[in-house]
Design a binder for this molecule. Structure first.
Ligand code: ATP
Ligand code: MG
Length: 565
């Protein structure tokens, strides 16, 4: 018998990387994450970030952050800052920060070189004519009359395009490849267009801007990227990518590898749609806790570790699929279960008066901060004669399966005492507004010396010590599995995606909790201190409930679902 190391389960990209390192094709791996700074990063980008930065760190290589800022637009600086913040928050650091706009001069020079080599020409057809000549999937394209321009004439025109002599749309620079190609991307693609617009970094220096398909492979080559990882929609662009890095005299020939983008149910992810949600005020901003942006997830209470684990579980494959958003929620529960301190908080308070507890007296009860983690220690929670419990933990006429508080019934108050409901006080309309109860002093700490065990344990807060707070209960932003299917995605907005609980009551230990602190409210879920909180007046965002009431589907996944309950 031979003992072998268990095979490592590598995805197809890591297999390629390992092969290239083993064969000596590369002696180091260089990747990049290349966002266009035209919006905030979302959970789909997180998959790409974890992949690119992850591979670089696993193989001792480098990962660059490159802003693909070839489109001149106004708002880019805010987005670029947000992107850097989000990548850092996820736990990654770039070896170099680059901008595609840093390469504008080099890219332009290569444009001239292509012209001199007879591989590019200036086309003065209108955009519509160029579109018509491009052909279709079943028809070949037609060559433009400008295709036979001399290199001198092309050079002259290209230089004058750069000099700003022509108005937008009058000329473009095109690669001279093959109008008959079955791949439309190879039918003399446009490399440069005229745009008299300021760029957030280069100002008014340029009147022509390179197309993404031209700038991207050449930027990869300049940075000596070894493996250029992108999503599947670029598969058809790969022949152009290869043509450029082979045709232009670049310092390196990177290889493009495509993987399936992340799709999540109940979620829209395209930046264009997210921008609409923000601009048309369906949400409070890019960091609204319902947004699938990294900034939104952070403010909702997701942790970097949860997002990284999610990306790892989702894995990297070649085939498109849709991931259940329940998996993302599972990952954050799993992490917060380990790290979030427990506190007691009541969202819909119902007063309980303990009639045999002396008036004016209070005591402090030792309560573990995290039963999953002894090293988290314990804290003292005040107990007194008047408490709050959760309104739906009481029923005057309980049905058979209701085991919580009811007249004549005894329950345990967590880490405190057993109490028995003796009577109720009602308002004029007949609503229960107060519970009268007695406590058993012998059950201090939550156990009875005679071993009797109530069927329910409730959370509670001492009224005179309670901190008032606002709690924002978030639910999915869309109530359709695929909000992009059928009509406008906005039609599928969930009208109940935010419920504001105005008068939550919390134990005093959270009074001065720092923004972005995570807590588990016992029995209710995980909550984050919202950055809009004021000292002494915390606002809490519900990250997730403790139990997954949505994704029954996950139950089919065995371990995942069992662990989440
Ligand atoms: P969107 O389509 O959401 O507007 P994008 O692809 O235009 O996004 P970029 O800023 O160009 O956004 O993307 C930066 C990188 O992130 C690219 O390499 C892109 O392939 C990757 N990326 C974007 N969306 C996803 C996704 N859903 N899953 C995985 N990777 C993604
Ligand atoms: Mg893009």
């Amino acid at each position: 018998m031979t003992s072998e190391a268990p095979p490592r389960n590598l995805d197809f990209i890591r297999e390629i990387v390992e092969d290239d390192l083993r064969s000596g094709k590369h002696n180091t791996v260089v990747t990049r994450f290349p966002p266009e700074p035209n919006g905030y990063l979302h959970i789909g980008h997180a998959k790409s970030i974890c992949l690119n930065f992850g591979i670089a760190s696993e193989y001792g290589g480098r990962c660059h952050l490159r802003f693909d800022d070839t489109n001149p637009t106004k708002e880019e600086s805010e987005y670029a800052e947000a992107i850097k913040r989000d990548v850092t928050w996820l736990g990654f650091s770039w070896d170099h920060l680059f901008h595609a706009s840093d390469y504008f001069e080099q890219l332009y020079q290569w444009g001239e070189e292509l012209i001199r080599d007879g591989k590019a020409y200036v086309d003065s057809s209108t955009a519509e004519e160029i579109r018509d000549m491009r052909g279709t999937l079943t028809e070949p394209g037609k060559e433009s009359a400008c295709r036979s321009r001399s290199a001198d004439e092309n050079l002259d025109l290209f230089r004058r395009m750069r000099a700003g002599e022509f108005s937008d749309g009058t000329h473009v620079l095109r690669a001279k490849i093959d109008m008959q190609s079955p791949n439309i991307n190879m039918r003399d693609p446009v490399l440069y267009r005229i745009r008299h617009e300021d760029h957030h970094r280069t100002g008014d220096k340029w009147d022509i801007y390179p197309m993404y398909d031209y700038a991207h492979p050449l930027s990869d080559a300049i940075e000596q990227i070894t493996h250029s990882l992108c999503t599947l929609e670029f598969e058809d662009h790969r022949p152009l990518y290869d043509w450029l890095v082979e045709t232009v005299r670049v310092p390196a020939r990177p290889r493009q590898i495509e993987f399936a983008r992340l799709n999540l149910n109940y979620t829209v992810m395209s930046k264009r749609k997210l921008l609409r949600l923000v601009e048309e005020r369906y949400v409070a901003g890019w960091d609204d806790p319902r947004m699938p942006t990294i900034a939104g997830l952070r403010r909702r209470g997701f942790t970097p570790a949860a997002i990284r684990n999610f990306a790892e579980r989702v894995g990297v494959a070649k085939r498109e699929n849709v991931i259940d958003v329940g998996l993302l929620e599972f990952c954050v529960r799993e992490d917060l279960n380990k790290v979030a301190p427990r506190v007691m908080g009541v969202l819909r308070p119902l007063r309980v008066v303990i009639e045999n507890y002396p008036e004016g007296q209070s005591e402090e009860l030792e309560t573990p901060n995290n039963p999953e983690d002894a090293s988290a220690g314990s804290r003292k929670v005040p107990f007194s004669r008047v408490l709050y419990i959760e309104r739906d933990d009481f029923m005057e006429e309980p049905p058979k399966k209701f085991f919580r508080l009811a007249p004549g019934r005894e329950v345990r108050l967590r880490s405190a005492y057993f109490i028995t409901c003796s009577s109720v006080v009602k308002d004029a309309a007949g609503n229960v507004v107060e519970i009268r109860a007695t406590y058993d002093p012998a059950t201090r700490g939550g156990d009875a010396p005679d071993g009797r065990r109530p069927k329910a344990t409730l959370h509670w807060v001492s009224a005179e010590h309670a901190v008032d707070c606002e709690v924002r209960l978030y639910d999915r932003l869309f109530n359709a599995e695929n909000p992009e299917e059928g009509g406008d995605f906005l039609e599928h907005l969930n009208p109940d995606s935010l419920e504001i609980v105005p008068d939550g009551k919390l134990e005093p230990s959270v009074r001065s909790a720092a923004p972005f602190s995570h807590y588990q409210f016992e029995r209710l879920g995980y909550f984050l201190v919202d950055p809009e909180s004021k000292p002494g007046q915390p606002i809490f965002n519900r990250t997730v409930t403790l139990k997954d009431s949505w994704a029954k589907k996950l139950a089919g996944g065995g371990g995942l679902a069992r662990a989440s309950v």
